[in-house]
Design a protein around this ligand. Sequence first.
Ligand code: ADP
Ligand code: MG
Length: 666
Amino acid sequence: MIEHYPLRYIDRSQFYKINELHPDIQNIQIKGKLVNIEEIAGGRKSRLVARLRDETGIIELVWFKGIKYIKPALKAGLEYVVFGKPTIFQNRFNISHPEIVPLVEWHKKGQKGLQAVYPSTEKLKARYLDSRGIRKLMEHLLLEVNDKIEETLPDYLVNQYRLMTRGRAFLEIHRPQSHEIINKAKGRLKFDELFYIQLKIVRAKIGNQKKFRGVVFKEVGAHFNRLYKDILPFDLTGAQKRVLKEIRKDCSSGYHMNRLVQGDVGSGKTLVALMTMLLAIDNGFQACLMAPTEILAQQHQIGIQELVAPLGLEVGLLTGSVKTADRRDIHQGITSGKLKILVGTHALIEDKVQFKNLAIAIIDEQHRFGVAQRSKLWKKSAIPPHILVMTATPIPRTLAMTLYGDLDVSVIDELPPGRKSIVTRHFKDNQRLRVLSFMKQQIDLGRQVYVVYPLIEESEKMDYKDLMDGYESILRYFPRPKYQLSIVHGRMKSADKDYEMQRFAEGKTQIMVATTVIEVGVNVPNASLMVIESAERFGLSQLHQLRGRVGRGAAQSYCILMTGHKLSKESRKRMETMVKTNDGFEISEVDMKLRGPGNIEGTQQSGLMEMKIANLVQDTQIVSFARSKALEILEEDPDLIELKNSILYENLELQNKGKINWGRIS
Ligand code: ADP
Ligand code: MG
């Protein structure tokens, strides 16, 4: 209960005058003389009305319950201090069920400074546990526990950073003296929460490193070098080189790599993945790449196969729709070790798939994969393979520290040279003609266009209808045979989807009308315009992903966001953000502020965001500080066996009995 923190505080040293009241006012305190008290009978609807007067006016105080206790306690002619929320009834202010104390008593022992306001629920209120009820209970609790609250941080931390002791922090946060002291108390309790989270994550990470030795890649071999020198038509970007170096360092040292590569759409993550796989193959091992959708897996397989064919390597493809006979071949190739590179979807992690010597597993666009699925990859080989997770949904640094705290993070923060940033515009539905004519203009220049419709599972039927209606009207504007359209949606057989995707990728069709199946990873460099229908129904990170489907070739690319006329404030902010910036990190910061960290993709399943007082969006400095302290302490004393750290060890043990299974996170 002591962790049921106040929502905010009210200043009880201030008095309002009755003529200062206005409808938006919260709880207030007034002082005056009771002028009359009257019980208005009405059976079960009786009420007690008392009128209080100050120099500026009169206000009514009303009680519907407990009349028989309250009435005898009130005396007309006496001065009182009254506290409550004024509401307007029949054009006059009144306060129902106020707190009321005679002025004389208030001077002796009344509440004078800041007072806590507690969150409550309808259920609690029905049990008299509204803010006031909770506050009264809290008073008792604080008397009980007063000096019994145990410290959870070692003295050296408390002293060095002049932290408030934990016991005092609890007292101050519930019975505050000043805003300054409240902030200190909050700071201490937030640090507690964040520090223990970091301590757990960092300790788990160090523990894993000790437990699992990684496969060692001794050399950079022929495949890697030939791809780099003879096959790639371009040089790697500085950021790609740096990240590859980080990966090589991990994999050559006996360290078991668990690395997250963040890179904006189009930053060239796939190539980094491929080079990493070649590193494994040059050292005699196998590699796999797992993608979240069939289309994406196929694209990867085709793209990679093309690049490695000159090296004499074969790339296997394993997805749900691969035929049984082919599947058997692939299983055999993988188990015998003949097949070195396997690309696929979830089908990769089925128990039947056993590798001869898998040394690296790469997961593309990881937010679609559950943590449990990821951990299955560990069991695919005698020695757990190195894990490389690649995501185009950048998350703010402090969130990464928590969510992926036990992964090492690399960032590809540079786009290949020559990329023009995508021009984004927001149009309302009634400007559709302009959009259609712009589409035509792009197509007549030889470019290709995506038109994307939302697909939300709950309203699948309606979405499908929207998509088909849209398709029909585009067809009218772009008649065959001059124009060719493709359509891809979730209800199609996967062979048909592939066929349509293929036609678009080969430039045989100019317009791709699709639901969000094309969101992730799809690569058609000649496409220069992305039109997103009902854009207000997409989240920011999804919009950014979709926009990333264009701007992959040399031409100037465009993104058009179509929305209805009326937009919520939040939707408008999302459109504005998209128009303003192409920077995925900036977008993710806005996204997190709009939606809160608990709604960022990938965070839901982790249980990490259930914090009592800290907030990953606002308390970024405390997160960084907590992380650096946790690292410092564990580097010096990894098992927390030193006497000065015994308090940390004990508290971790206590917390481990709690609900979050930290071992799941990898
Ligand atoms: P993402 O990070 O979104 O997965 P991709 O790996 O699909 O990006 O790369 C996007 C495009 O950029 C591809 O066509 C790829 O061939 C190209 N590309 C990758 N690295 C470079 C580079 N260093 N120079 C030029 N083009 C590159
Ligand atoms: Mg990609």
